[in-house]
Ligand binder design. Structure first.
Ligand code: COA
Length: 536
């Protein structure tokens, strides 16, 4: 047992100032979530509840989940402020919750946002939810009420991989792998919106409300001249009695959700947990103190050892190679009883830290221990000394180990995570099981000031070549828009909006979130790691 002892004075001006600053950020996070949870405009919500007498999407989720079940939402803030005009959440809600004691991926069209149609970000979010479900072998419950493609954005929805068609690809992949898929058609579901349920194992449809057709009445009339009503073309009676497209008729939303609960009850044995889970022990120091440990001045690195002391069970961190490569802290810890291998930055990555990290990842893979990358890294060391020391081959070793590792991997961006450092700490392209950030998380190729300086230097060289010069003010004027652009881009909410992060979480939610994620991963089969070539 190696308990991290704090050396922080929580009464100091600096701590209090940082804590107050971070508390404002947390308020902002909750306001953003609140906006996302509202769904579509008031008019559309009223039409949904009063005119159609339907239950709002988030209430549908509450009804289908077991009482008291958590709902781990993915992509809650996806789509916010995108130029394509989608609202926060991107007209779909995705997340994991318990239905009859079984963890399920729940995917819900929000018909109050442009008829539940699919924007480019909606497609991406649906695909991401499926990818998570495949990785964790989670049954998918899809509540369908969608007008299909959001037509003005067809180029971002239709032609390519990762767009709408990939939803079908994933459905068929899941089906082949024996991952159950259940759909409930709760409203008008047109075109792609009809194929999604059609590719599921079992379909419930709500009488008088759910309609499912490849083309709606207006389209049919325009295409063939045939005049036909919604019920005859795609209603519950027709599909359950004549076409056989759907399997169960529900009298209303609530009844339908109950039928889905019954279907989930009949999915067979619950998956068992493959890891020993110890009794959970709270950290020795309050988790809220993390707010005061993140400096409001982004140039000051985070006190990551102190942060770790407030995240892991009993503040116990069994460190590996504590005296070697100390800019990457590696060690074993527990979160709510689940063992994890932690890799947390403590400055720039050097050759030693990279080699140590690769060794540690290797150990975790041998022992089937999941990896948590706590990313807060300015990058890899540059300069002649580092290059002669072989930083390129040592960085490559680390990246090879991280990428090859098939144990569950999680990334938590706590501070500025830049360049190859962002990638090496299991950035999005390396497919961590979940990619999370605190509101203080920032990611980019470089920091905004470095980008502005680099571009200014390039410009300056060109000016010199042309025999010209510029003043300090002109240089600053040139730099300002680049700096601003990268400040906006590196922001955690920009990453969340583009779904490069699965979620932005409050530091105090971190332990519960990881406990849930680890429980899910432990209920899916172990995958063996086959390491690639390590350049020596
Ligand atoms: N593409 C783009 N926008 C669409 C859309 C689509 N496929 N379907 C609906 N919308 C928009 C509407 O223009 C409206 O926008 P507004 O709020 O700016 O006025 C909004 O979504 C809500 O549509 P509305 O018809 O008022 O809502 P509704 O709840 O009564 O009906 C649908 C929703 C989906 C049943 C209905 O709009 C519809 O049938 N849409 C066409 C579906 C279709 O044929 N899709 C084929 C896609 S391949």
């Amino acid at each position: 047992m190696s308990i991290i002892k704090t050396i922080i004075n929580t009464q100091s001006d600096n701590f209090v100032e940082n804590r107050d600053f971070y508390s404002e950020r947390i308020k902002d996070l909750h306001q953003r979530r609140h906006r996302a949870h509202a769904g579509g405009p008031e008019k559309a919500r009223k039409r949904h509840t009063e005119h159609r007498e339907q239950i709002l999407p988030r209430d549908r989720i509450r009804l289908i989940l077991d009482p008291g079940s958590p709902f781990l939402e993915l992509g809650e803030l996806a789509g916010d402020n995108l130029p394509e005009g989608t609202q926060a959440g991107a007209s779909i809600i995705t997340g994991i919750g318990l239905i009859n004691n079984r963890q399920c991926m729940i995917i819900v069209n929000d018909a109050t946002v442009k008829g539940g149609t699919y924007y480019p970000m909606t497609c991406k979010k649906h695909v991401r939810a499926q990818t998570f479900a495949i990785q964790h072998r989670l049954p998918c419950v899809t509540m369908v009420q969608s007008g299909g493609a959001f037509l003005p954005e067809q180029e971002g929805i239709f032609p390519d991989e990762g767009m709408f068609g990939s939803i079908f690809v994933n459905q068929i992949e899941m089906s082949g792998q024996g991952i159950p898929q259940i759909a409930i058609v709760m409203g008008s579901s047109t075109a792609g919106g009809a194929y999604i349920p059609a590719l599921c194992d079992e379909i419930v449809i709500v009488r008088g409300k759910g309609f499912m057709y490849l083309g709606g009445p207006q389209l049919v009339e325009a295409a063939t001249g045939e005049k036909v009503g919604h019920e005859e073309l795609g209603g519950a009676e027709m599909h359950c009695r004549d076409s056989g497209v759907t399997d169960h008729i529900a009298e209303d939303d609530a009844h339908g959700l109950n039928i889905v609960r019954d279907i989930v009850r009949n999915l067979g044995n619950l998956p068992t947990q493959r890891w020993d889970v110890a009794e959970s022990v709270e950290p020795l120091y309050p988790i809220e103190e993390i707010y005061g440990l993140i400096n409001k001045d982004t140039k000051v690195p985070n006190a990551n050892r102190e942060i770790l002391a407030r995240l892991v069970d009993g503040s116990n961190f069994d460190e590996f190679k504590a005296n070697y490569g100390d800019t990457l802290m590696c060690g074993f810890a527990k979160i709510h009883g689940f063992e994890i291998g932690v890799l947390a930055n403590n400055g720039v990555m050097f050759s030693e830290s990279a080699k140590k990290g690769a060794h540690f990842i290797n150990l975790c893979c041998q022992r089937d221990i999941p990896l948590l990358f706590m990313a807060d890294v300015p990058g890899f060391m540059v300069g002649e000394h580092a290059e002669r020391g072989g930083i390129a081959k040592d960085g490559a070793k680390f990246i090879t180990a991280m990428c090859s590792a098939k144990v569950p991997k999680y990334t938590l961006i706590t501070g500025g995570s830049y360049g190859a450092g962002y990638l090496a700490m299991c950035g999005r392209p390396f497919k961590p099981n979940a990619m999370l950030s605190w509101p203080s998380g920032r990611s980019g190729i470089m920091g905004p000031e470095q980008v502005a300086n680099t571009l200014a230097t390039v410009r300056e060289d060109i000016l010199k070549r042309e025999g010209k010069t510029w003043t300090e003010d002109e240089r600053e004027e040139f730099k300002a828009p680049h700096r601003k652009r990268f400040e906006d881009s590196e922001d955690a909410y920009n990453f969340a909006s583009k779904l490069w992060y699965d979620a932005v979480i409050d530091p105090v939610e971190t332990r519960e979130t990881f406990a849930l994620l680890l429980d899910l991963a432990g209920r899916s089969p172990k995958v063996d790691t086959k390491f690639g070539v390590f350049r020596q």
